[in-house]
Design a binder for this molecule. Sequence first.
Ligand SMILES: Cc1ncc(COP(=O)(O)O)c(C=O)c1O
Length: 509
Amino acid sequence: MVLLSHTGDSPDSRQKADSTSAPEITVDPGNMVHLASPGHHQRCRQSRQWQRILIEDPRPKSPLHLVENSDSYTTSVYGSRFAGENLPKVEMPETEMPKEVAYRLIKDDLSLDGRRGREAHGRVLFKNFIDYEEYPQSADIQNRCVSMIGRLFHAPVASDGSGAVGTSCVGSSEAIMLAVLAMKKRWKNRRTAAGLSIDKPNIIMSSAVQVCWEKAARYFELEEKLVYCAPDRFIIDPEQAADLVDENTIGICVILGTTYTGEYEDVRAVSDILVERKLDVPIHVDAASGGFVAPFISPELEWDFRCEKVVSINVSGHKYGLVYPGVGWVLWRSPEFLPQELVFNINYLGADQASFTLNFSKGASQVIGQYYQLIRLGKREPPPGQQLHHHVQTRRRGLPLVAFRFKDDPEREYDEFTLAHQLRVRGWVVPAYTMAPHTNKMKMLRVVVREDFSKSRCDNLIADIKLSINFLDNLDRESIKKHEAYVLRHNTASGRATHNPLPTLQVLG
Ligand SMILES: Cc1ncc(COP(=O)(O)O)c(C=O)c1O
């Protein structure tokens, strides 16, 4: 067994290894990385230094074992092949890279940020993302993310080399506000140029939209034209969406993974119908959750800039983008879809910079976190059959999400909300909700399957659902009511605390 030490990379430890006494081998697993480079493995095995360690170390063998794969071995970050390669800047790498390597290389890149500040204050406290002059590396990292996500979403590249434009946001809500503003502005500019009325802009969307769409419509004074769901259809009907288009339509929202059931709306069908009917209306795809799922799990599914009518797309970094809240992204197919009036050029932070977000200051860490995840994980799919997604059997195309409800049963004294309360007592937060309008007030429960939802966690959840149903089956109507009231009184959002009752909230509106 070969133990490589982190300190072995320093000149000091190299001396130790070359001296005649038995070398000190310090193993710091936190600094060890597994690499996939068979040639490198061979070279290191042959090096004099490691041979000496193998021969001369008289101590009992360490319980640490190398990965058995013939193409894996362990070394420090700077000894890895990644240290000699360019960091990915334009396209997500095809394969993953070890986490220590991604972390260290990004950290080195960022060391240029705020140098003057460090000289002045001794250390850099927090990076304000908006300060491009002080933190140019953070701004560059945002550009790399936009480029990678644009390519992931098949943004076309024009003959002059120009392509998608985009920005990071606090989340999909901000991204959607910006995209709606851009669609409204383009519609308004066109109508004004033609001498037509601009009094009644409208936007078309499914009744299953997330609340941020209703906010956008209200804040930006747009009439909402809803394509209603039906008891057997929880996503937009492409024909109905096209039927609603009129001269005042600024755009159509199509969702890649609805909040209610996780199902993908059919972007390709909506785009094709618009082309077929020669309707000059843009599509914005709300890919808040699906944008970081579909490209990897269903690469053949055409939902992005491959569809002619799609002009902008949003995605949340803090959902399946695997970054802490809040980061989101909005991208436009090309600069013509982002009216220049929405882009502010300022220079009060020391350099000319463009800003087209609703907020000004924000932390840079989430953008950096997003870049880390993009280069750390790469595009590679796990081997067939090992994808968590494939274990979640979905009836329709969509996110790894299970939405379920009770069968209609007039004898049952409790509903999905009661089950959600009961699960809360056992520590599970499984939200119950009423479906979108026009679905007979259907109630549902929803489990969003994320990375940490292991088989054993799944078994525990199912066991707790069974136990809870059993418990509720044995209660009469009166006891269920009392039980619900008790659960509501004694559980905060954590599902466990029985102290500090919730403060009375004043409901606005
Ligand atoms: C489909 C959809 N759009 C938009 C949003 C809002 O996203 P964010 O929380 O990133 O603002 C969500 C959040 O649940 C969503 O599911």
